[in-house]
Ligand binder design. Structure first.
Ligand code: GDP
Ligand code: IMO
Ligand code: MG
Length: 430
C-alpha cells in the first residue's frame, strides 16, 4: 500500500513546461486549504482563464483566485519587484492574497538578471533562458557565500550583506560590464540597498517560516496542494541537462522545496499536453518541422506566457511520459489541450527512439544521444471537433488515444482538459 497523506496532492509538469499546470491547479484548488509553489521563480508563467478574465502568474501560486492561503516555498528564487507587482495586480482585481513567503527562499538581485543575460551572450552553447536571473541566483545559493535569503531582507543585516556580496563579486561585475570599475561597487551596492529596503518594507508582513507553518497545518489535517513549475524534462537532475532550469521541478522537489517529509506526500498528478512543446534551446526528438507543427502552434496559441517566444511544437513523446511517470511516481495523468488535436487528421505518437540503429525506450542521460535520437512513431486516427465536458462527449478515437497513452505509460489518465476555461475539464476518475 502506498504510504503518504491523503490530504496532500502534488501537480507537476511531465514535459518541458507549459503543460497547463496553472489551469489544473486552479481547478483543483477549490478542494484545498493551501496552495504552495516549491521550485523555480518568475521563469514560470501559469495562465488561468475564468470567463473573460485571464490571470498570468509567475510567482504566486495559481490557487490565488480561489481565495486560498498561498505559499512561496523555500525552494524558490524570488524577484521581490515581480512579487510585489503580482500582489498589486491581484489586489486591483479585488483579490487580497492570503500570502506566506518563506524566509528561506532566495532573493533574485539585479546582477543575477544581468549575469543571466551576459552568460547567455558569452556562452558557446546558448540555453535560451528566460533571462530572469534564475541560474545565477541558484548558483549563488549553492555557492553559499554570495546569496541573500528573504530572512536577510527583513533583518538588520541586509545592508551589510549586500555591500559584502557586491565587494566580493566586484571583479565579475566589472568583467560582465555591470559596473565600470571596482570603485563603482560601493555606489552600485548603495543603489540596490535603497531599492531593496523598499521591497523589504512591502514584503515584511508576508515573510515567515513556511516550513513550520505547512507542517503544522498538515498535522492538523489541512489540505495542501503543491504546484510545480517548469516540467520534468527541465529538472536540473532528471531533464535534458544542460538544457534545463536550475531547480528540481519534479515531485521530489516538494520535500526539499517546501520542507515536507516524503511520507507526508499523498497523490501525485502529472500534467501532459496531448502533444509536446518546448521553449528555448535543447534537443526535442519529436519536434514537428512542417505545416502541422505551425497548425498546432496557432490553434494551441503556443506562445510563451513569460517571454512571448513561439513555442516549438511536436508530437506526444511517450519516452518522455514514461520517464516522467517513473521519476515523479505518478498516480495519474491530466491530459491537457486535447481540443487542439481535434480535426487535424492523423496523429503521430513517439513510442521509442532509434539511436545508432538501436531501439531505445528509456530517456538517455547523455545529451549527445538525445540529439541523435530519431523518433519511432505510431500513427493513430484523429477525431473531429467536439463540444461538451462529460466523459461521453469524448469522440471514440480520442478515447483510443487516451487508452494508448495509459497502456504505454502504465499510468491512468484521470482528467482531460479540453479548453482554456475552468469549466472545460473532464474528470475521468479522481
Ligand atoms: P503552465 O506553465 O503549465 O501553467 O502552462 P501555461 O499557462 O504556460 O500554458 C498553457 C496555455 O494553454 C495557457 O495559455 C492556458 O490558458 C492554455 N490551456 C490550458 N489548458 C488548455 C486546454 O485544455 N485547451 C486549450 N486550448 N488551452 C489550454
Ligand atoms: P512553466 O512553469 C517552459 C525554460 C527556458 C529555458 C530553460 C532555462 O511556465 O512551465 P531558466 O530561465 O529557467 O534558466 O531557463 O528553461 N523554462 C521554461 N519553459 N515553461 C517554463 O515554466 C519554463 N521555465 C523555464 O525557456 O529553455
Ligand atoms: Mg508556462
Amino acid at each position: 500500500m502506498k504510504a503518504g497523506n491523503s490530504n496532500t496532492l502534488v501537480v507537476v509538469g511531465c514535459q518541458w513546461g507549459d503543460e497547463g499546470k496553472g489551469k489544473v491547479v486552479d481547478f483543483l484548488a477549490r478542494d484545498f486549504d493551501i496552495v504552495v509553489r516549491y521550485n523555480g521563480g518568475n521563469n514560470a508563467g501559469h495562465t488561468v482563464v475564468i470567463g473573460d478574465e485571464k490571470y498570468k502568474f509567475h510567482l504566486l501560486p495559481s490557487g490565488s483566485i480561489q481565495g486560498k492561503r498561498i505559499v512561496i516555498g523555500n525552494g524558490m528564487a524570488v524577484d521581490p519587484k515581480v512579487l510585489i507587482g503580482e500582489i498589486e495586480t491581484l489586489k486591483a482585481k479585488g483579490i487580497d492574497p492570503k500570502l506566506y513567503v518563506s524566509d528561506r527562499a532566495h532573493v533574485i538581485m539585479p546582477y543575477h538578471r544581468l549575469l543571466d543575460l551576459s552568460g547567455e551572450k558569452k556562452s558557446e552553447s546558448k540555453l535560451g533562458t528566460t533571462q530572469r536571473g534564475i541560474g545565477p541566483t541558484y548558483a549563488g545559493k549553492v555557492n553559499r557565500i554570495q546569496a541573500l535569503r528573504m530572512a536577510d531582507l527583513v533583518n538588520g543585516e541586509m545592508r551589510e550583506k549586500i555591500r559584502s556580496i557586491v565587494r566580493s563579486k566586484a571583479a565579475e561585475l566589472v568583467e560582465s560590464g555591470i559596473i565600470k570599475s571596482k570603485q563603482g561597487a560601493e555606489d552600485y551596492a548603495g543603489e540596490m540597498i535603497k531599492e531593496y529596503s523598499e521591497y523589504a518594507d512591502k514584503l515584511r508582513p508576508y515573510i515567515t517560516d513556511t516550513v513550520y507553518m505547512l507542517n503544522g497545518e498538515i498535522g492538523k489535517g489541512s489540505k495542501v496542494l503543491f504546484e510545480g513549475a517548469q516540467g520534468t524534462m527541465l529538472d536540473v537532475d532528471h531533464g535534458t541537462y544542460p538544457y534545463v532550469t536550475s531547480s528540481n521541478s519534479v515531485a521530489g522537489g516538494v520535500c526539499t522545496g517546501a520542507g515536507i517529509g516524503p511520507g507526508r506526500i499523498g497523490k501525485i498528478l502529472g500534467v501532459a499536453k496531448a502533444y509536446t512543446t518546448r521553449v528555448g534551446e535543447g534537443p526535442f526528438p519529436s519536434e514537428i518541422n512542417d505545416k502541422k507543427g505551425d497548425m498546432i502552434r496557432e490553434k494551441g496559441k503556443e506562445y510563451g506566457t513569460t517571454t512571448g517566444r513561439p513555442r516549438r511544437c511536436g508530437w506526444l513523446d511517450l519516452v518522455v511520459l514514461r520517464h516522467a511517470g517513473m521519476i515523479n511516481g505518478l498516480d495519474g495523468i491530466v491530459l491537457s489541450k486535447l481540443d487542439v488535436l481535434s480535426g487535424i487528421g492523423k496523429i503521430k505518437v513517439c513510442t521509442s527512439y532509434r539511436i545508432d540503429g538501436k531501439v531505445v525506450r528509456n530517456f538517455p542521460a547523455y545529451i549527445k544521444e538525445v540529439e541523435k535520437a530519431e523518433p519511432v512513431y505510431e500513427e493513430l486516427d484523429g477525431w473531429p471537433e467536439f463540444k461538451g465536458t462529460r466523459k461521453e462527449d469524448l469522440p471514440e478515437n480520442a478515447r483510443k488515444y487516451m487508452d494508448f497513452i495509459e497502456r504505454e505509460t502504465g499510468v491512468p489518465v484521470t482528467m482531460v482538459s479540453v479548453g482554456e476555461s475552468r469549466e472545460q475539464m473532464i474528470v475521468i476518475n479522481q
